[in-house]
Design a binder for this molecule. Structure first.
Ligand SMILES: [Mn+2]
Length: 482
């Protein structure tokens, strides 16, 4: 609790700096991460600026480099706020943006570097868990709330970021740590209601067979992404799909029907060799935002997160920002179309990976070299699905690589919570291995990434395999997970 207090107090310095600029009427430059959490964080900060009555400009970046930062520095913004990104780029931010005031609101493990005048707000620097306890959007929200109490209205977005970053690691898929605090604020403000139920996508909004097909977390092999098969699966269970000419949604099912559905889905997943953890994912805490219209995806925290995620992965983050800013018309339509397209892509990629057996089993890791066949923004999702379903037989991390722009490779590493408990930390592995080849890497223990030059692919994979092996050997002796 003391650590939480310490971290919350640290936000003060950022709030003061922001307020100085608002008093001067300075425009605010917001640079956020281009993933669902980053979009939610960028949305919170955009709304905060809007509410402060100052002009703002928001962009989302997958990663930062010297070129991008040089471009931003040419804008000569008096204040730049980075959200959900920045802590692993302290050195080059300090180098290129010395002419501006800088606030970083991030939850990724920071690199060690001279911070100069940067106001750096990060829960990890205060000994808190940035992987599970609070998201980038959560940090942005706490900042925003410090600026103005009225910004409690943005608390649902703080939770969307946490759900997007899969921080629902508490019992029954519940949020933990500082996220709990945000949850309570949202509840007190009358913006949130929670309950425990089957967590299919579109609980309130979709015909049952579609909700099942749309569910990718957990990924249900043979059913996710396949409406025809879902229809057949449900018919066989004898669940009435239509009543009085209308499709039924999950919320229309009686308890007994839900029980039948859950047990059939579990059995199906067991047959498909999914892990027990993946099956447990079927049930959990549902986060309902009472301020949103019923029958819309923004009503459900996880659906909202999926929508933003698709916008990011399909390189249309601005649609997501528009939704976070309150657009409930064309932006939502575009986002839903984007989400459909995104789902089709994932199903295609998984067929590709399974069909060609391009996953190589090494001593300590699985390696998937996708070359140019899988989009570098989606490779991480494919890796997550592979690790959470039972496709990979051994308990090892997966490291997947895909071609990115400029002769670079995007690397995504994933492992299960169980392995992380045993002392494997992919964030550290990625940071060390990427540095060795003049790339940049880092991230959380269970989900990490890197960018490296294409020419180093094979050597890089070999080094990662070796480093994971060393962590395995070290566990028990120097217990790296305290
Ligand atoms: Mn994040």
């Amino acid at each position: 609790m003391d650590l939480e207090r310490q971290f919350l107090d640290s936000i003060e310095a950022a709030a003061e700096l922001y307020e100085q600029h608002v008093e001067r009427g300075d425009p605010i430059r917001i640079v956020s991460h281009s993933d669902a959490d980053g979009i939610a964080a960028g949305g919170i900060l955009s709304q905060t600026s809007l509410r402060s009555g100052v002009p703002f400009k928001t962009t989302c970046e997958v990663r930062l480099d010297e070129e991008i930062l040089k471009g931003i520095s040419e804008e000569k913004a008096p204040l730049i706020i980075f959200s959900d990104i920045g802590s692993s780029y302290l050195d080059i931010i300090a180098k290129h943006l010395s002419g501006s005031d800088i606030i970083i609101l991030d939850h990724h493990p920071p690199i060690e570097a001279e911070e100069g005048r940067i106001v750096h707000i990060n829960p990890v620097s205060h000994g808190l868990d940035g992987s599970r306890g609070i998201s980038g959007a959560g940090v942005a929200y706490l900042f925003s709330r410090r600026i103005d109490e009225e910004n409690i209205a943005l608390s649902p977005l703080g939770l969307v970021g946490a759900l997007a970053d899969q921080q629902d690691k508490g019992e029954g898929k519940s949020l933990i740590g500082l996220n709990r605090r945000i949850e309570e604020e949202a509840r007190e403000a009358g913006l949130l209601e929670t309950r425990t139920d089957i967590t299919l996508y579109g609980y309130e909004t979709r015909p049952l067979y579609r909700a099942l097909a749309y569910t990718t977390n957990p990924y249900i092999p043979g059913l996710s992404g396949r409406e025809d098969r879902c229809l057949a699966f449900l018919k066989e269970l004898g669940i009435e799909l239509k009543r009085e000419g209308r499709w039924r949604a999950l919320r229309d099912l009686k308890e007994e029907e839900k029980r039948i559905l859950f047990s059939a889905l579990s059995q199906h997943m067991i047959q498909e060799q999914c892990s027990v953890e993946a099956i447990h994912e079927l049930i959990g805490k549902v986060y309902i935002f009472k301020g949103e219209e019923a029958w819309t995806p923004m009503r459900d925290g996880r659906e909202y997160a999926s929508l933003l995620n698709a916008c990011a992965r399909m390189e249309r983050p601005s649609i997501g920002i528009a939704i976070c800013l309150g657009d409930r018309g064309s932006a939502v339509e575009e986002a839903e179309a984007t989400l459909n397209e995104y789902r089709r892509r994932i199903a295609e990629y998984l067929d590709l990976v399974r069909g060609r057996a391009s996953i190589v089993e090494m001593e300590n890791i699985y390696a998937l070299s996708a070359q140019g066949e899988i989009d570098d923004r989606i490779i991480g999702v494919v890796a997550s699905i592979l690790i959470s379903t039972g496709i990979l037989k051994k308990k090892m991390p997966i490291v997947a690589l895909a071609k990115a722009e400029g002769g670079l490779l995007k690397v995504s590493g994933r492992l299960t919570d169980e392995l992380a408990m045993e002392g494997i930390n992919l964030g550290k592995v990625m940071m060390e291995a990427a540095e060795r080849f003049n790339g940049r890497g880092g991230g959380h223990d269970i989900a990490a990434g890197a960018f490296i030059q294409e020419i180093y692919e094979e050597e890089f994979i070999r080094l990662v395999n070796k480093l994971v092996g060393e962590q395995r050997k070290a566990r028990g002796t120097d217990n790296p997970k305290i």
